[in-house]
Design a protein around this ligand. Structure first.
Ligand SMILES: Cc1cc2nc3c(=O)[nH]c(=O)nc-3n(C[C@H](O)[C@H](O)[C@H](O)COP(=O)(O)O)c2cc1C
Length: 445
């Protein structure tokens, strides 16, 4: 277990609550303003958070008329945020399904260089059929195949990031040498799906390569996390479930030959912060009342793999298909199914419960209560830190930074200032030493 928490701000439009943009605490026009996102990054940096993060989808799908969250491509947006900040990490979601490793390794290496070693990559396989339709696929590629492609994709991307040794750039104007060709390597990858010669055309950054982040919770997802992830985002609803997941992923990392501290587990939390618990709940209800049921039904239909259009809100969920039939997000399907049966929720209850963070845990209360909750999870070994998902922005982030963070700091649970300069450093990891540098170091003793 880490000695202090790691905190990531998961930013989305004007907040995670699906009705956030209709609430007077937000200004929906912000979703298309780069300056607003730069300001969010500065607020998170004021709180000394480890990183900010953007999710991404490669489609608009059924979301268009009700959803404000579909805006900028994350690497581009984070590049704008990089120049507005100095310390905070910048994590971009990018798909292994619909990119080529060379292009994506290059974009992420560019963000890593632009930010001085603060880039991270949330590796996703993409679970939407509407995304597949934008890339020439008649249907969503199957779950196992997507993870196989992701594995080979990350092999290639990481090889490309290693292709420049740290001291390969010479920049000697007197001799006219830009780079030492002996320290820049081809990768010569020939695999099932990709053939890539390399080297990359961007030299490595101060942290060696971007931080690798992942969020799959199925068996293949957890194996993948054990092999590759340095931080894992996850939706866990209770401390026992969180502890199981935590132990499971750490054990898979050890089985893959890694140290268990090399992977940090960050469950999501949606905090409604107010002056009392009752006021927090009231605030949450204000948002719930703004949910559009037919839009929420469409979202829920996607999660459970059944078209719920026309079902009454006071009815329970109909029988759901078995897990094996779900080709999209298996873990979210399981979470919603368990939640509905454990708490005997109707479709309407589920819509309210999922509105805040699509299944992530919502907590309403005072700053002390939120801090107590985070501390309990951390000390129980259910989390190394948290993926903080403000239900509305910027207020939900400002309140977290100005009211919850100082309590965590006073308790010695969170840094009071940055002690490292790179994203890997913030997460307690050393700079990545590429495979060629390692060989040279080994030969030289
Ligand atoms: C916090 C969090 C953020 C995620 N962000 C994205 C995203 O931006 N884009 C995406 O396609 N999938 C995203 N996912 C989905 C995961 O990448 C993964 O596909 C999903 O958890 C299903 O994996 P599984 O089938 O292994 O359970 C996210 C999941 C979580 C928990």
């Amino acid at each position: 277990m880490s000695s202090q928490l790691h905190l990531n701000a998961f930013l989305m439009g004007v907040g995670h609550h699906e009705a956030a943009w209709r609430h007077p605490r937000t200004d929906a026009r912000n979703v298309l303003r780069a300056g607003y996102f730069q300001e969010l990054a500065r607020i998170a940096e004021r709180g000394k958070l480890d990183s900010v993060f953007f999710a991404d989808l490669l489609s608009v799908g059924s979301r268009i008329e009700r959803n404000t969250q579909t805006t900028f491509e994350p690497i581009t947006l984070l590049s704008a945020m990089a120049v507005a900040t100095e310390h905070i990490g910048l994590i971009a979601t990018a798909s292994t399904g619909y990119n080529e490793p060379y292009n994506l390794a290059r974009s992420l290496a560019s963000l890593d260089r632009i930010s001085g070693g603060r880039a991270g990559w949330n590796i996703v396989t993409s679970v939407g059929a509407d995304e597949a339709a934008n890339f020439g696929y008649a249907e969503l590629p199957d779950h196992a195949g997507r993870y196989r492609r992701a594995g080979e994709f990350v092999e290639v991307a990481t090889a490309l990031w290693d292709s420049w040794e740290p001291d390969a750039v010479v920049l000697d104007a007197a001799t006219g040498i830009f780079a030492d060709p002996d320290k820049v390597h081809t990768v010569d990858h020939v695999g099932e799906r990709f053939t890539v010669r390399g080297p990359l055309n961007v030299p490595s950054s101060a942290q060696g390569r971007p931080l690798l982040v992942q969020a799959g919770s199925s068996e293949s997802g957890k194996d993948f996390a054990g092999r590759w992830a340095e931080a894992v985002f996850t939706a866990q609803r209770s401390i026992p479930e969180g502890q199981d997941f935590y132990r499971d992923v750490k054990a898979r990392a050890v089985a893959a030959g890694r140290d268990q501290d090399e992977v940090k587990i960050l469950p999501g939390i949606v905090p409604f912060i107010a002056e009392s618990e009752a006021a927090g709940r009231r605030l949450e209800r204000e948002f719930t009342e703004l949910i559009s049921p037919e839009y929420a039904l469409r979202q829920l239909s996607q999660m459970v793999g059944v078209d719920l259009t026309g079902y009454p809100l006071d009815a329970p969920l109909p029988p759901l298909p078995p897990l094996e039939k779900i080709q999209g997000n298996k873990s979210r399907y399981q979470l919603v199914k368990d939640l509905a049966s454990r708490e005997s929720l109707t479709i309407g209850d589920l819509i309210a419960e999922l509105g805040g963070g699509r299944g992530h845990r919502t907590v309403a209360g005072t700053p002390e209560q939120i801090a107590d909750d985070l501390q309990r999870w951390f000390e129980a070994g259910a989390a190394d830190g948290f993926n903080v998902m403000p239900p509305y922005l910027p207020g939900g982030l400002t309140d977290f930074v100005d009211q919850v963070v100082p309590i965590l700091q006073a308790r010695g649970l969170f840094r009071t200032d940055y002690t490292e300069t790179t994203l890997r450093g913030h997460y307690g990891l050393r700079p990545h030493i590429g495979r060629y540098a390692r060989v040279v170091a080994g030969v030289g003793g």
